[in-house]
Design a protein around this ligand. Structure first.
Ligand SMILES: Cc1cc2nc3c(=O)[nH]c(=O)nc-3n(C[C@H](O)[C@H](O)[C@H](O)COP(=O)(O)OP(=O)(O)OC[C@H]3O[C@@H](n4cnc5c(N)ncnc54)[C@H](O)[C@@H]3O)c2cc1C
Length: 292
């Protein structure tokens, strides 16, 4: 199908874009890489009267990895740009492992980090990474700027706190210390499909016990989910298979996966525990390997 008719503008600066979004209001939509929005238009699942194409705003296209471990990503940085960032890959393999499983290369070449966060698909990798690394989101409208946490950003199924006249400018994540291990594991029916289940983990093993643990799970319900209680089961414990399994099993109670064409909810719940365990095991060996 062809999209319904819409007006189109392509601002060159953030201020111009904010002015346009303010004028158009609720009837408009931001267009970034178009990898989610254009299919929605084509299927007539979205009918905006105006598209504000931000893809030429150079100030939104950057990736910076600071010596302090803060990763700053401009909204227009593409998935592929993150995937091919060598220093980031070495510093935090979980991000590369997650992003390299987004669709296919053609999609990763055009799709943007900001677009994926704003789209907030619960089966998408970026919202799960945002929860895992305590992301801060920088939002701006004509009336001012605000910063929200990952917990605040993702409200429900494909719903964020972003207002219609607001742009997501950037995402900042605090990466764990270099001695920590990180990993992201997912399963999908075919290469390039959205995942049926996926989990990211951070484990820092110091003097034989877990000093830091983080878990986040995608395809887990209306939004990605952080496994805070499962994390607490690991802190202060030896990272034995038994302890990792106990934390992974606990994830079942934190999620509400939805039945879909790929399988019933119970099956996905089981898969979530499997990918959580695998990601914890990988993170453990990376943390312990970093200290030998
Ligand atoms: C075949 C296929 C397979 C895919 N597989 C996966 C997958 O496995 N995992 C995955 O995570 N994604 C997948 N995607 C989606 C892809 O990752 C998209 O790139 C991403 O979801 C949206 O990014 P975009 O830049 O294309 O955004 P767009 O499609 O341009 O926009 C998406 C939404 O975000 C809003 N938006 C965009 N940028 C901003 C901004 N800066 N501020 C405010 N609002 C904004 C738009 O208004 C729109 O509502 C797939 C897509 C396709 C077509």
């Amino acid at each position: 199908m062809k999209p319904p008719p819409f007006a189109y503008s392509r601002p060159q600066t953030i201020d111009e874009a904010l002015e346009t979004l303010h004028e158009i209001g609720d009837e408009g939509k931001v267009l970034a890489g178009g990898q989610s929005l254009i299919p929605l238009l084509a299927f007539r699942l979205a009918r905006p009267s105006h598209l504000t194409d931000i893809s030429r705003i150079k100030d939104l296209d950057y990736v910076e990895l600071g010596d302090d471990g803060v990763l700053s990503i401009g909204a227009l940085a593409t998935h592929r740009r993150i995937e091919t960032h060598k220093a980031l890959q070495a510093r935090c393999p979980a991000i590369n492992e997650a992003v390299s499983q987004i669709g296919h290369v053609a999609i990763r070449n055009r799709g943007t980090v900001g677009g994926s966060m704003a789209h907030a698909d619960p089966a998408a990798e970026w919202p799960a990474l945002a929860l895992l690394f305590d992301a801060r989101f920088h939002l701006q409208s004509r009336s001012g700027q605000r910063t929200v946490s990952a917990k605040e950003m993702f409200v429900s199924y494909m719903t964020t706190v972003l207002a219609a006249d607001e742009l997501l400018l950037a995402v900042k994540m605090q990466l764990p210390p270099s001695g920590a291990g990180t990993a992201f594991v997912e399963v999908s029916r075919r290469h390039g499909d959205f995942a049926m289940a996926g989990a990211g983990s951070v484990l820092n093993v110091e003097d034989g016990v877990v000093s830091e643990a983080r878990i986040s799970v995608m395809s887990a319900g209306l939004t990605a989910v952080r496994g805070l209680e499962a994390e607490q089961l690991l802190i202060g414990e030896e990272p034995t298979d038994e302890h990792l399994q106990r934390a992974a099993d606990h994830i079942e109670s934190a999620i509400e996966p939805m039945e879909d064409v790929h399988g019933p909810a119970d099956y996905k719940r089981h898969l979530a525990t499997v990918v959580t365990l695998r990601s914890l095991q990988k993170a453990r060996s990376r943390s312990m390997g970093a200290k030998t």
